[in-house]
Design a protein around this ligand. Structure first.
Ligand code: SAH
Length: 396
């Protein structure tokens, strides 16, 4: 380990979570900082009894250190390359890395892959990085280079899209752009369906990769049904429903840009198919008049709670949204309902959906319980990483 690292000494008793491999040090747990420190620095964390606990990136904020190693190592190029290689090897094992039908997947899932603050999504040759910590941002070129060495010709470009996800951006002034080469290719395949992805201007890294397996499940439920895809973004769920034999599919999103992309993607996959229609309107408004119109409704809203303070309001939101669907869906209908809010636990989300069902007075049965897919792994010592939860419900 480098001897010139700044050390962070924790208060007595505050070492327990790190000893259980939880990768965060909260600012309130710090007793003393020995040496000079700047945002993004690699620091060594010690207990009050001078025991080494881990190495991590320092940041100003409530999470002061994101630990990336619980061992004393030199966090050089080879260290990061080996971490990235492990993440890639796991995607290879999952059958995602060389797959004729699917060439979009998450390559690095932050804490879930032992790299807190770093997201990398793979889009048919292009890796889109989204950094949530300054420490990761500062080594982005090194990470891109290591990834190129690992993936070879399977990697044609690396795009950095961290301008909106980095904290304290005023000090660093990050600008989105290519770190390695650049690429005009933006068409990907997911289970054989084509999607144009706009990672430069689209939401998140361009596509909601985390819904892949749940979209496929929609395909199985869609036959002969009239489908409403609420919060459709670029239409992911809609096309799986169409391929599954839906009778009609209505896609709703308040973003006109998203609706344009959804229309483009329909033309790619089902040119001239009259079953699909799009509506650029607010979801709650649209759901005021859908009594007995649909028998498959998908509710995949944006995170209603971005932090703990908004949790009660978010839960009310989920309750109301789901109540509207239960009240109006045809008998024998199926509802796919999701929450991607990290601060809303599986239990709290269930309670909100159950309350929504009770308001409607309908008989509702849970058919499937859904989560994020395997390329979005959850570090077992960091349960906060489990953010996507969903239920498939049958409404009698
Ligand atoms: N289901 C999508 C991802 C949904 S992301 C997929 O599989 O790709 C959430 C979407 O909700 C965004 O596209 C956002 O534009 C849309 N949205 C946010 N608030 C909305 C509202 N009040 N009414 C309708 N759409 C909304």
């Amino acid at each position: 380990m480098k001897s010139n690292l700044t050390s962070i000494i924790l208060k007595s008793g505050k070492d327990q979570s790190l000893k259980r491999f939880h990768p965060w040090v909260f600012s309130g747990a710090i007793k003393k900082i020995k040496g000079s420190i700047a945002e993004g620095d690699v620091v060594a964390v010690y207990s009050n009894k001078d025991e080494f606990l881990g190495l991590g990136h320092y940041q100003v904020g409530s999470i002061a250190v994101r630990v990336f190693s619980f061992e004393q190592v030199d966090p050089d190029f080879d260290f990061w390359k080996s971490k990235l290689a492990k993440a890639f090897a796991m995607r290879e094992q999952l059958g995602l890395a060389a797959n004729a039908g699917t060439n979009v997947y998450r390559l690095v899932n932050a804490e879930g892959d032992g790299m807190p603050g770093l997201i990398i999504d793979y889009y048919n040759g292009v890796a889109v990085m989204q950094m949530h910590s300054i420490g990761m941002y500062l080594i982005r070129e090194k990470l891109a280079e290591a990834l190129k060495e690992i993936m070879g010709t399977a990697l044609t470009a690396v795009y950095d899209k961290s301008a909106k996800t980095l904290p304290f951006k005023a000090d660093i002034k990050p600008v989105n752009g290519y770190v390695l080469a650049n690429s005009p290719v933006n068409q990907v395949l997911e289970y054989g369906l084509k999607f144009n992805v706009d990672w430069e201007n689209g939401q998140k890294t361009g596509f909601f990769i985390d819904q892949r397996e749940n979209r496929r499940l929609v395909e199985h439920y869609a036959k002969g049904r009239d489908v409403l895809n609420m919060f459709c973004y670029t239409g992911g769920f809609s096309f799986f429903a169409m391929r599954g034999g839906a009778n009609l599919v209505h896609s709703v999103d308040s973003s006109a840009r998203a609706i344009d992309l959804a229309n483009e993607n329909v033309a790619l996959n089902f040119p001239g198919d009259k079953r699909h229609q799009t509506f650029a309107v607010d979801a709650f408004e649209y759901m005021q008049g859908i009594k007995n119109k649909y028998d498959l409704i998908i509710l995949d809203p944006p995170a209603f709670a971005k932090h703990r303070g908004t949790l009660p309001r978010a839960l009310q939101g989920y309750k109301k949204l789901n109540a509207r669907a239960f009240e109006q869906i045809r008998p024998g209908g199926v509802v796919f309902t999701f929450s991607c809010s990290q601060v809303v636990s599986k239990e709290k989300f269930r309670e909100a959906v159950f309350s929504g069902a009770a308001i409607s007075g309908r008989t509702v049965k849970v058919l499937n319980q859904l989560a994020q897919p395997a390329d979005h792994p959850v570090n077992i010592y960091h349960p906060e990483g489990e953010y996507l939860k969903g239920l498939v419900l049958y409404v009698e």
